[in-house]
Design a protein around this ligand. Structure first.
Ligand code: B12
Length: 257
């Protein structure tokens, strides 16, 4: 559910040294060797972005042709917290015991989850944090849940293979991780994946499609053709609770697909 993060109307200004001084820090790379001119170019960019004064506080050559900068300076922009839109959790957070009980009650069988990193992405730490028994942030992963069957396909899985395995396992949910965002790979791969599932299953019968990774916009479910997007810092308990919520609702004809 997309909601405003804060119903109270608060106008904020960033600060560095004294409250409300507007100071921020910005880092970026310019494709030029390190020199006085390069530092001037960095200051010019920051000024064009609204920082005034803009102080280059760090400049480091990145090989012979690139320079990395940190610029510290003042901005005059204000933040209005009443206009912030975020995706809030719209389901109750359950303990593993409650998740298991809800699956038993709602499905009367194991809930099957198939997970993978798709495309050329080999960053498995994120999906493993959610699926592996050892878990993440002090929470056990989905493999720990007695009523969940977890099939973790690992890295660089091709979309047709993912669809085939999901069908073979009669997956209730497919969990896909995308960490690399170069050339929008995470968006293109997710769209390809959701289209393949729509094509392979009769309407309304595809598994619940969930993607996660640190650089997704959690608002983009419709555009990417998935049911839910999880971002940075997601914990296994949140995912397990969501699966129970979405799949139990779906079964009882609620708003789920
Ligand atoms: C470890 C790492 C690697 C390892 C990966 C090992 C492995 N088995 O995963 C290795 C060394 C192999 C690697 C390789 C590369 N990497 Co790398 N890597 C990282 C690094 C340092 C950490 C990523 C990580 O493990 N985070 C910890 C996990 C727990 O966090 P997470 O992935 O965000 O997952 C959490 C959430 O996002 C969410 N989540 C994630 N997935 C899912 C899925 C579902 C279903 C759900 C519900 C939730 C969820 O839950 C997780 C827990 O909260 C990052 C930089 C960084 N500090 O983030 C770069 C980074 C991701 N790598 C990067 C790059 C460029 C590469 C390479 C292309 C480098 C190269 N030139 O070869 C290769 C690509 C390899 C490939 N084919 O994918 C870039 C990506 C840039 C971009 N814009 O895309 C980063 C950001 C570094 C950088 N700043 O440049 N990398």
């Amino acid at each position: 559910m997309t909601v405003s993060a804060d119903s109270t109307h608060r106008i904020l200004r960033p600060y560095g040294d004294t409250t409300g001084d507007g100071m921020v820090q910005l880092s970026f790379t310019l494709p030029m060797p390190h020199s006085k001119v390069a530092e001037g170019a960095a200051a010019q960019l920051a000024k064009k972005m609204g920082m005034d004064p803009a102080l280059v506080v760090h400049a480091k050559p990145m090989g012979p042709d690139f320079t990395f900068f940190v610029v510290y300076g003042r901005v005059n922009h204000l933040v209005d917290t009443s206009k912030v839109s975020v995706v809030e959790r719209d389901f109750p957070l359950l303990t593993p015991k409650e998740v298991n009980a809800a699956i038993k009650r709602g499905l009367r069988r194991e809930l099957v989850v198939v997970g993978a990193c798709i495309g050329t992405d080999a960053h498995t730490v994120g999906i493993d944090a959610i699926l592996n028994i050892k878990g993440f942030a002090g929470e056990k992963g989905l493999e720990y849940y007695r009523e969940l069957k977890v099939v973790n396909l690992g890295a660089q899985v091709l979309v047709p293979d993912l669809v085939a395995r999901a069908r073979a396992e009669k997956a209730d949910a497919v969990l896909v991780s995308q960490v690399v965002t170069q050339r929008d790979a995470h968006l293109n791969n997710t769209r390809e994946m959701s289209a393949a599932f729509r094509e392979a299953y009769p309407a309304g019968q595809a598994p619940l499609l969930v993607v996660g990774g640190p650089r997704f916009d959690e608002h983009a479910t419709e555009e990417l053709g998935v049911d839910r997007i999880f971002g940075r810092g997601t914990t296994p308990g949140e995912v397990a609770s969501y699966l129970v919520h979405a799949l139990t609702e779906r079964r009882t004809g609620g708003e789920g697909r």
